[in-house]
Design a protein around this ligand. Structure first.
Ligand SMILES: Cc1cc2nc3c(=O)[nH]c(=O)nc-3n(C[C@H](O)[C@H](O)[C@H](O)COP(=O)(O)OP(=O)(O)OC[C@H]3O[C@@H](n4cnc5c(N)ncnc54)[C@H](O)[C@@H]3O)c2cc1C
Length: 474
């Protein structure tokens, strides 16, 4: 019988026959795509251009019924399944070779209830989609720093950004979620219903089913906030980073400051002689009163002698897109990440050492600041255990051509190894590459065994295995 060859979970090839696919397509509201179909090439692309995979089938779901049908197809044929939200994950698990890709990117609605200060969000929505709707009511919740990232993957791994010190991680603001389990059933997960699942999806990634809706608590933010960059020459890096480390210890939760070291892009507020040279950037965000924020950040300018700055009041939605040009899709990317409880002298020295050897103009060493409300939650209160991660360092290896792969990946790996002694040993699951299976226990930390129990209950056959995988407890 004619059919489509599709990879199975166990690494074999199965056949899904044409009659079954025809029948499915009569009830499917979205699109069922195969190689050669219009839209297939676009649908298989994700943010990281290093990932080039060809699923046998792409189920572009339009609604929950489509998701249930796609999961049922996968389960009945034991297919290899990838789940795509915003398609940003560096490991590339949103797409698979030869299997079934469940693509949620058409499901983008964001519905805000301004009275209750809550939002219901579909799993294909990006941070930009979310912020646009929530800010129409002067509301927001903590999400990441790049507007094209997916709400779904970010939230399932934990989620943090500029509002995290004040309001916690994205998961700390999650009230409930709807999940299509491996059995193909839609269940609600919140504090009262399926509380074990609700605990697990707050940091356990996509291991437990396909989330089709997220409900978040919102907070009044902006619409105007204080944001911007203060840029220092690289030869002042030691002073800037040391003073930064000390300064953040006593600053209010409303204020967040991240550090970026990179070669300076040709930003108009930087003198031409700095363009293309290494710099240290303090990226500043303050969500309280603007004048108070200006007062609070004044000392930053004494950390060295800035070569330029661009800080001022701006719409929250504009600041949420400020880094988009530097993080546009289509480049080749390889990341490595460490959590630090403190920025020790050794960590600072290793950052300076490797920032002095950037192998491409787009490479960066990013240090995100957490603490505040994120660290006041117990490590076992949600599946995300890294509450001691005050600084999350991300080595953004980023370049344009395959010819540069080896050199750029080697730089990231070498720096990662050199800075390991100063790190907590934990890692943020959303910053891991696919090759880091040896770090999975470190990522889930003390919650690993409990996660394996919940996995056994909701996905005993490990249908959802293309992720930082938690095998079901045996
Ligand atoms: C440029 C850039 C900036 C970033 N900045 C931040 C940041 O500031 N803060 C932060 O916390 N993280 C940040 N991240 C990391 C980000 O959180 C992860 O890449 C996250 O996985 C992206 O989610 P996604 O839906 O876009 O990705 P996808 O690649 O679509 O999904 C990632 C994985 O999540 C699972 N998944 C996705 N959707 C679902 C669903 N609905 N149901 C079940 N499983 C699902 C799947 O296993 C999938 O493989 C950034 C990433 C990039 C590339």
């Amino acid at each position: 019988m004619a059919g489509v060859k599709v990879a199975t979970m166990m690494g074999a090839t199965g056949i899904v026959d044409e009659a079954e696919l025809r029948e499915l397509s009569t009830v499917f509201h979205g699109q069922l795509l195969r190689g050669g179909d219009a839209g297939y090439e676009e649908a298989r692309q994700i943010w990281n251009a290093m990932i080039d995979r060809r699923p046998a089938l792409i189920a572009r779901c339009a609604d929950v019924a489509d998701v249930m049908k796609a999961v049922a197809l996968a389960r009945e044929h034991a297919l290899l399944v990838a789940v795509r939200g915003g398609g940003h994950n560096i490991a590339g698990n949103a797409v698979c070779d030869g299997g079934l890709m469940i693509d949620l990117s058409l499901m983008k609605s964001v519905r805000v209830d301004p009275q209750a200060r809550r939002a219901r969000v579909e799993p294909g929505a990006t941070l930009g989609d979310f912020d646009r709707e929530a800010q129409a009511f002067g509301l927001a919740t903590p999400l990441g720093i790049n507007s094209t990232t997916g709400v779904a993957g970010l939230t399932l791994g934990g989620g943090f950004g500029w509002l995290t010190r004040k309001y916690g991680m994205s998961i700390d603001n999650l009230i409930s979620a709807d999940v299509v389990t491996a059995e193909g059933k839609l269940v609600r997960a919140n504090a009262g219903e399926n509380a074990d699942l609700f605990w697990a999806i707050r940091g356990g990634g996509g291991n437990f089913g396909v989330a089709t809706s997220f409900e978040f608590q919102l907070h009044p933010v902006g619409p105007e906030v204080l944001g911007g960059l203060v840029v220092f020459p690289f030869d002042q890096a030691k002073s800037v980073l040391t003073r930064y480390r000390d300064f953040v210890e006593s600053m209010p939760d409303d204020l967040s400051i991240w550090v970026v070291t990179r070669k300076a892009p040709p930003l108009p507020f930087l003198p031409a002689e700095v363009h293309g040279r290494e710099v240290v950037v303090l990226a500043v965000f303050y969500s309280g009163d603007i004048a108070e924020g200006q007062r609070l950040i004044e000392p930053l300018r004494t950390f060295g002698t800035p070569v330029g700055e661009h800080v001022g009041p701006q719409p929250y939605t504009a600041w949420q897109q400020a880094f988009d040009p530097l993080l546009a899709p289509g480049a080749r990317n390889y990341w490595k990440s460490h959590n630090f409880a403190t920025l020790s002298d050794g960590a600072i020295d290793s950052i300076i050492d490797y920032a002095g050897k950037f192998p491409s103009p787009q490479c960066e060493i990013f240090v995100g600041l957490l603490g505040g409300q994120a660290s006041r939650v117990a490590p076992d209160a949600t599946a995300y255990p890294q509450r001691d991660a005050k600084f999350v360092m991300n080595v953004h290896g980023r370049w344009e051509t395959a010819a540069e792969d080896r050199r750029c990946v080697a730089w990231a790996r070498e720096f990662f190894a050199k800075s390991t002694p100063y790190a907590t040993g934990g890692v943020y699951v959303n910053f891991m590459t696919e090759e880091e299976t040896d770090r999975i226990k470190g990522a889930y930390g003390l919650n690993f065994d409990r996660l394996a129990e919940v996995k056994k209950k909701f996905d005993p056959d490990n249908l959802f295995r293309l992720n930082q995988n938690i095998p079901p407890k045996v």
